[in-house]
Ligand binder design. Structure first.
Ligand code: DLZ
Length: 162
């Protein structure tokens, strides 16, 4: 099935003055590694200096909101990209974690006063996740790239505080 694309940006944003933190879960390592790599690569292409990119990890996606809250306190950053990959299994685990983490990542933005980019893949199969990490040629693309563009645009527009 075709995956619909992201709307075009209204312009290309200059990331040279932007500070971004990436916090990623470690579950589904192959997918996560590719998403994080794509995000960092695109941040640099947009002008974000390596010294202005912080990368931290948490064990699983459930821990992402605490990681975001902690990074927001400890680091001087304009935006935080939260990256995780949840794959549905045989139990209700997926539903509970997806919903809890999504809700927390949305609401935490207004507590920390910074944009949080939603980099949580919630996939029904591992192949869906691989496709969205750019790991299946001809299918989808690396969504980490989109999250980098989102982080720079949101930082330039709103990074000085919500
Ligand atoms: C336990 C668990 C399971 C079953 N699946 C995933 C997953 O697909 N992706 C992910 O990021 N994390 C998973 N976890 C771990 C939880 O997110 C969390 O780390 C543990 O429940 C400990 O709080």
């Amino acid at each position: 099935m075709a995956i619909s694309g992201r709307a075009k940006e209204d312009q290309t944003y200059d990331g040279s003055g932007v500070k971004v933190a990436i916090i990623h879960a470690r579950w589904n390592e192959e997918v996560i590694d590719s998403l994080v790599e794509g995000c960092i690569r695109r941040l640099k292409e947009l002008g974000v200096h390596s010294s202005n990119i912080t990368v931290e990890s948490v064990p699983g996606s459930y821990e992402l909101p605490v990681g975001v809250a902690s990074l927001a306190q400890e680091k001087d950053v304009d935006a935080i990209v939260a990256i995780g990959c949840l794959v549905k299994g045989d139990t209700m685990h997926f539903e509970y974690i997806s919903e809890a983490v999504s809700n927390q990542l949305m609401s935490i933005q207004f507590k920390i006063g910074k944009p949080v980019i939603f980099g949580l893949l919630t996939c029904l199969t591992y192949d869906q996740a691989k496709a969205r990490a750019g790991l299946i040629p001809g299918q989808a693309h690396n969504h980490g790239v989109d999250w980098a563009e989102c982080a720079v645009e949101m930082s330039v527009k709103f990074g000085s505080g919500l």
